[in-house]
Write a protein that binds this ligand. Sequence first.
Ligand code: UFG
Length: 336
Amino acid sequence: MKILLTGGAGYIGSHTYLALIEAGHIPVILDDFSNSSPKVLERLGRISGQPVLCEQGNVADLPWVQALIQRHAIEAVIHFAAFKAVGESVAQPLKYFDNNLVGMTRLLQAMDATDCRTLVFSSSATVYGDPASVPITEDFPRSHTNPYGHTKLVIEDMLSALQKSNPAWKVAVLRYFNPVGAHPSGLIGEDPLGIPNNLMPFVAQVAVGKRPVLNVFGNDYATPDGTGVRDYIHVQDLAAGHVAALQTLAAKGESFTVNLGTGQGYSVLDVVHAFEKASARKVPVQFAPRREGDVAQCYASTARALALLGWQAKLDLDAMCTDSWRWQSGNPDGYS
Ligand code: UFG
């Protein structure tokens, strides 16, 4: 299939690009490089051994996106292009409503106008808010605690209204847990701007010597070691989940919502210890107060993903840390 990847130069988009090529699809990247580097394109070309199709522009540019879908005869879209920093969304909510909600609306209009109504959408476990229990199944109640999470929830609702209005829409909503790791080549990986918000890139930067110490946000949670527990999933597994979702949409023709996680929870200290082992470096930590909005535990039920997509995560925490370290140590300044 010919597939448009909005935000295809970003962290998850670039890994999914390669997984799609391996599965025999033809991906076309659309990116404005507002939170990614054009240098990733050369790396993708090197790994895949094929020229990379990329269009630079914004997903909200309706006439341009419409023309692009027609020009490339796009059959399905995977929509990654969105802002995702929780703290920034609290400080600048309009930036998030504009980019995430207006961007999604314009993309859907472009798709509708061109009769291209197959979509895979990057949602997030953030839509579960503070879950009453774990593991989390897809029918848990949804809520939001920040504007970023709110945009994911609103888009899920937009998509279900759209499917009701026209059954020709085939939509896969993928709720990611905590994507980490990097491509085994070490040539592409996560390259956050400024101080990383997320645990794994922060740990990697401490290990490589860019930052002196990791602040562990809270050690008094009701978890085995008192630190927060999350479902870290290797970005390579996540990329494979997108291919499986696309193939399921094409084969069954029915919309669905599914968790993409491993079903396994690891604490902050578990991650630190695994990273120390993978990198053979010490990661100094200090305990700090809880971060506002954090939950104690969050991990997925993976039953629906297995039953519906025939997909399950294969790579463990050691592989996530080894691949993260290969990327971080080979590219201490990311793509720059
Ligand atoms: N943590 C630290 N120190 C840090 C960074 C994180 O101790 O410097 C801890 C957090 O308190 C938490 C765990 O590491 O216990 C994971 O934190 P992340 O920021 O890596 O991930 P979150 O689970 O908070 O959030 C991620 C994404 C969100 C998404 C959410 C869905 O960043 O976009 O998962 O569950 F919404």
